[in-house]
Design a protein around this ligand. Sequence first.
Ligand code: GAR
Length: 191
Amino acid sequence: MNVVILGSGRGSNAEAILQAQSAGQLGCATVVQILSDKPAAGILALGERFGVPASFLDPGPFKTKFDETGERRYVERIRSLAPDLVVLAGFMRILRPTFIDAFAGKIINLHPSLLPSFPGLDAIGQAWRRGVKVTGCTVHYVTAEVDGGPIIDQAVVRIEPKDTLESLEKKVHAAEHALLPAVVAALSSRA
Ligand code: GAR
């Protein structure tokens, strides 16, 4: 099962997937390409470390969405890789229906809250400020509704009295690093 990972940031979740792959714990999934919309993103350094092609791909002039040319560039490049799964691992850009339809049912996203609570940006901060006692992370299929597609799996994180925003962030990220590779492995066994 060919997996393409898209990310904009440090890439700790992509790293968790690649570590699982190295440990033989990713089922029959193989990461064939990492793409980033940010030329200096940490996620791109994983390519050399894990022997996976990793490259910046120009998304166009906007910060959080694609223009038509950028979108076409991504769709054509990803299509050329014949992916069975496209994993958004911290890809901070909204996908338009043309992109989503090009890989219908094959795009999954990781989000740092228990959706449908706290969609959108700064989900961990939103949960922290709301004072919930339980939060976590979600992997879901991507649809045109931002953070609204069918949920595949979730992991729960308890917010303890001793927690700070920083310690909560660490706990949610640790939960993500276990959840996302497990979901990829599970989907690969169904493919
Ligand atoms: C992760 O916490 C992921 O849930 C979040 O970005 C972070 C990426 O970290 N994604 C979103 O907020 C998407 N709405 P990473 O670059 O270290 O994997």
